[in-house]
Design a protein around this ligand. Structure first.
Ligand code: ADE
Length: 253
């Protein structure tokens, strides 16, 4: 996958995305990231990229000329889905990240100041993404969050021990708790069942803890998560199946 990031702060990206898992994906050639400085496209003699809002109000608005020239130049020969990071966008989900991971090319536009001139959005942006209901000073950190989240779903980016399969949201629930050695640390014990080696019991324990944590912290997730009959019984949403009684001599009679 190739990702271009149009930004007023191109130096912010590689210290973060050049490290860790993204950095390894870049080294392995699975991922290419190119920050592009929007300011390089301004025709303003003071290199300005913003102006006061029509209609008045606080703050500045990113002006169309540098953005549109930058977008045109950067999409020449680079057919990419164009995403604006904005608090007005649809909130990022694991599901959306998984879908974006299938794209060959992506282009992120990082908004700044009070926002981006709406004409740029109307004419050039395919989708707006927010990373949550709060306002950042710019879209750069949001772009890094989206990128970090989606590249985990590109085949080959995670190593074999780093699966994106069983984790929070992968099955619509929050994940169960994890433990590693030692079995007892400062008097705190790892649950016995995890040390038992009994696979079915471990699976059951993990599923139930997942359901507990989700019910406690994000109960609304339970409304859309795919739940088995066993899950529904555990949650008390369905009555347990009556145990089949073995037929005895008396009941047969
Ligand atoms: N820019 C400013 N705030 C943002 C947010 N919450 N998500 C995405 N981009 C933003």
């Amino acid at each position: 996958m190739k990702i271009k990031i149009l930004t007023l702060f191109p130096d912010m990206f590689m210290p973060v995305l050049g490290a860790s898992i993204a950095g390894r994906a870049i080294e392995n050639g699975i991922l290419a990231i190119e920050p592009v400085n929007i300011r390089d496209y301004t025709l303003d003699k003071h290199r300005r990229c913003d102006d006061t809002p029509y209609g008045g109000g606080a703050g500045m608005v990113m002006t169309p000329q540098p953005l549109i020239d930058c977008l045109r130049a950067q999409t020449q020969g680079f057919p990419a889905r164009r995403i604006l990071l904005s608090p007005r966008g649809a909130t990022l989900t694991q599901q959306r990240a998984r879908e974006l991971a299938k794209e060959e090319n992506l282009l992120f536009l990082c908004g700044h100041y009070e926002g981006v001139d709406q004409r740029v959005i109307d004419a050039y942006i395919d989708e707006e993404i927010s990373i949550g209901d709060y306002v950042l000073t710019g879209g750069e950190l949001a772009a890094m969050v989206v990128i970090d989240c989606l590249i985990r779903h590109i085949p080959g980016v995670l190593g074999s021990g780093e699966s994106a399969g069983e984790e929070s949201f992968s099955d619509g629930l929050l994940e169960y708790p994890h433990y590693t050695r030692p079995a007892v640390y400062e008097g705190m014990e790892v649950p016995e069942v995890l040390r038992s080696g009994h696979d079915a019991n471990i699976r059951k324990w993990r599923r139930e803890r997942s359901l507990d944590i989700t019910r406690e912290r994000r109960p609304e997730l339970l409304e859309t998560a795919p739940l088995s009959q066993e899950d529904r019984i555990y949650l008390g949403w369905e009555a347990p199946k009556p145990k089949r009684r073995r037929r005895t001599k008396e009941t047969k009679a």
